[in-house]
Design a protein around this ligand. Structure first.
Ligand code: NAD
Length: 304
């Protein structure tokens, strides 16, 4: 796995190791946003280094049954601050991972993002819609999924590209400038501080609990699922940022206050997945409901 010491990666390591049929799980990570501590007690092996290092990738992919490619610079604001760095890791890095998989004919499951839909206003977003990235990050994730699917077509590589929507849950960090909305809200609420909202708060998101994402990724690897098109990995629940704050207030049995900042460049207005393709490929998949996922997230924050 690339990016295995990150938020989604470390949750996936736990999920994979809980499955009986899985032997070794190796996490290649440069620890730029991930942390070795995320893997503590999982049984996964950490190989510290970059996906841009061809020789290291070769060593890691050699002998692997499958690669889950999660390594990326995963933030819209960071991509606005340094577009080239985002391109290098997310686009060039993906080609490096693909080349290693091609040499060994190793199955690849990769992370793209709902941000590729960008300014497309239709809801819910289905995979047949055009893509109109609003940020260098979104463009780089479009490159990620395009390269992955092109290797499926051109070289017969068993490949699958998921478009994650807003994933949240334990191990997602708060307290830094690029933190995602769920951990920022939980952290602020637990400290009795106002929740910072960019814009009016009526922008909507399709929040997906990380445990659900990890289960789908593990199933994809173990069942060797492939698809010629990108696949949304979310379940069509559309919640505004203000509603998210109210759900959290309920989970904490406390009142919350909002503090509004100007909207951020590159952020999309509304997001909601069409989950038809996902449900066709993963029959019977169940999503953890937002209330339950938030309760798990709060429990994790309180344990820190
Ligand atoms: P994360 O920052 O926790 O994980 C990314 C990991 O990649 C980190 O551990 C980081 O150290 C590692 N990494 C970065 N550059 C690397 C490099 N050059 N070589 C090796 N490792 C490197 O973020 P996450 O939320 O776990 O995201 C995982 C993937 O999911 C990313 O590809 C991201 O674009 C995608 N995604 C996430 C979300 C979300 O809501 N969290 C939404 C859409 C897409």
């Amino acid at each position: 796995m690339t990016g295995g010491a990150g938020f989604i990666g470390a949750n996936l390591c736990r999920e994979l190791i809980s499955r009986r049929s899985v032997g070794r799980v190796v996490a290649l990570d440069d620890l730029s946003t991930g942390a070795a501590a995320n893997l503590a007690g999982t049984g996964a092996e950490l190989v510290e280094g970059s996906i841009l290092d061809r020789d290291l990738l070769e060593d890691v992919v050699d002998g692997a049954d499958a690669v889950v490619h999660l390594a990326a610079r995963p933030s819209v604001p960071r991509s606005l601050a340094d577009p080239f760095a985002t391109h290098e890791v997310n686009a060039t890095g993906t080609v490096r991972v693909l080349e290693a998989c091609r040499r060994h004919h190793t199955q690849l499951v990769a992370a793209s993002s709902s941000s590729v839909y960008g300014s497309v206003t239709a809801l819910p977003k289905h995979e047949g819609l055009p893509t109109r990235p609003l940020s260098p990050y979104a463009a780089s994730k479009l490159a990620t999924e395009s390269y992955v699917l092109s290797y499926g077509h051109a070289f017969g590589l068993p490949a699958l590209a998921f478009r994650f929507f807003n994933v949240y849950g334990p191990l997602q960090p708060a307290g830094h400038a690029y933190a995602a909305v769920v951990p920022s809200f939980v952290d602020a609420a637990l400290r009795g501080r106002p929740l910072t909202v960019f814009g009016d708060g009526h922008q909507t998101r399709d929040f997906t609990y990380v445990g659900t994402v990890a289960r789908v990724l593990a199933d994809a690897v173990l069942r060797k699922v492939t698809c010629a098109d990108p696949v949304n990995l979310a379940f069509g629940t559309r919640v505004s940022v203000l509603e998210l704050g109210h759900h959290l207030a309920k989970a904490l049995e406390t009142a919350v206050e909002f503090h509004h900042e100007p909207s951020r460049r590159g952020d999309v207005r509304d997001s909601q997945a069409d989950d038809g393709l996902l449900r066709g490929l993963f029959a019977g998949v169940e999503a953890v409901p937002l209330e339950q996922g938030l309760a798990e997230t709060v429990r994790w924050f309180r344990s820190l």
